[in-house]
Design a protein around this ligand. Structure first.
Ligand code: NDP
Ligand code: MG
Length: 383
């Protein structure tokens, strides 16, 4: 029987690559969810004939509804943030792949887990903002949380031998360094939206591309790794690997290191999350070591890239610290993409929010939303 998947964020970079995998593996797509790209979603509905479609933006939902009236077997339309949550929590698929961007993905992750469905997680913000709630939900439902993020997939792949996994002592989280690697503050001050959107190795959505340029993405991934693999942050070392060929490494008690390598193409980790523990042929080509020749390693410059320093402070504070850093970053990136603040303002604002409170302790979902709101308001009042 074909595997049944529900795909959230289907119109994005991870979403469309997930559909490449679904097409190749012949999966049944039970549900698709998008925010505002109505045309792209309609195209996907025509090809994959899902039973459900969720559209978060109201105007886009109206447009999709009008078009669906002419379909022979239209999917049931679910609307708004509640529609996204409903789709995630249907319990009618083998796996929910969450490729929504931002904290908007958190309620969907929780709903899917609570419905007893495995989650393939690209939406790292779910773990960053609500890691405590997500890991609790995984335990309570006895389901799997499968990493899609390439670094976390690499670590997960290196830890498949349960025996050696018990002796894990360190994670080497690789980073491309982004388009501004090696630059200092003076040079970064004038960087524009267009400069920051040119990533050297990966073709991704706008928000994560900016996060890669500021190194916020690596900070978010450090927090994501703490929740997924249970090591303290000081046992997770960030290693700049400019070619993005080594996707991460793990070290064991005897100081032996295992790495996972491959072309920088997200369809490998997406497919592994969907086929795990099996490996199937992939649309991605093989690594050509003769052409590759060199792999380089470097250190991340936290002094210049303050978002990374801020994320480290946030995870050390614990509780809602990472949620505050994430909320401030989402708001600052939105403003940067609208040309309203400069590149260095992103790090300045994220760090200021983290420094402004203690954030410790456990929390509820309402606390997460309140903290996210506070961080966004802080950014807006400190421009
Ligand atoms: P994109 O911006 O390309 O896509 C985001 C998707 O989420 C789109 O389908 C978008 O809908 C939808 N969306 C946006 N806002 C909302 C909302 N408020 N509610 C519901 N859906 C929403 O992002 P990416 O695919 O690049 O990234 C998705 C996630 O995966 C992020 O968390 C990112 O950090 C993570 N990730 C991405 C990688 C990559 O290579 N791209 C690599 C590793 C992780 P619409 O298009 O219709 O507006
Ligand atoms: Mg990543």
């Amino acid at each position: 029987m074909a595997k049944k998947i529900i795909l959230l964020g289907s119109t994005g970079s991870i979403g469309t690559q997930s559909l490449d995998v679904a097409r190749m593996q012949g999966y049944e797509v039970v549900g698709l969810a998008a925010h505002s790209r109505a045309e792209k979603l309609l195209e996907q509905i025509r090809e994959f004939h899902p039973r459900y479609a969720a559209v978060v933006d109201e105007a886009a939902a109206d447009r999709v509804e009008r078009e669906l009236a002419g379909f022979e077997n239209p999917p049931q339309l679910l609307r708004g943030p509640e529609g996204l949550r409903q789709l995630a929590g249907l319990g009618e698929a083998d796996v929910v792949l969450n490729a929504v961007v931002g904290i908007a993905g958190l309620p969907a992750t929780l709903a899917a887990l609570e419905s007893g469905t495995d989650v393939a997680l690209a939406n790292k913000e779910s773990l960053v903002t609500g890691g405590h709630l997500v890991t609790q939900a995984v335990k309570a439902a006895g389901v799997k949380l499968l990493p899609v993020d390439s670094e976390h997939s690499a670590i997960f792949q290196c830890l498949q031998d349960a025996h050696s996994a018990k002796t894990l002592t360190k994670i080497l989280l690789t980073a491309s360094g982004g388009p501004f690697f090696g630059m200092k503050k003076e040079e970064l001050a004038g960087k524009t939206r267009a400069d920051a959107l040119k990533h050297p190795n990966w073709n991704m959505g706008a928000k994560i591309t900016i996060d890669s340029a500021t190194l916020m993405n690596k900070g978010l991934e450090l927090i994501e790794a703490v929740w997924l693999f249970g090591l303290p942050p000081e046992k997770i070392q960030i290693v700049v690997q400019r070619q993005s060929i080594i996707h991460s490494m793990v070290q064991f008690s005897d100081n032996s290191v295992l790495a996972q390598l491959g072309l920088p193409d997200m369809r490998i980790p997406i497919q592994y999350a969907l086929t795990w523990p099996d490996r199937l042929p992939s649309p991605v080509g093989e690594l050509d070591f003769a052409a590759l020749k060199t792999l380089t390693f470097d250190v991340a410059d936290e002094e210049t890239f303050r978002c990374l320093a801020a994320c480290k402070k946030a995870i050390a504070k614990g509780g809602l610290g990472p949620c505050a850093a994430n909320g401030a970053n989402e708001e600052a990136v939105r403003l940067f993409l609208e040309d309203k603040i400069g590149f260095l303002d992103i790090g300045r604002l994220v760090e200021a929010v983290v420094d402004s409170d203690t954030y410790g302790g456990t929390y509820t979902l309402k606390d997460v939303y309140d903290c996210d709101r506070m961080a966004r308001d802080y950014v807006l009042s400190h421009l």
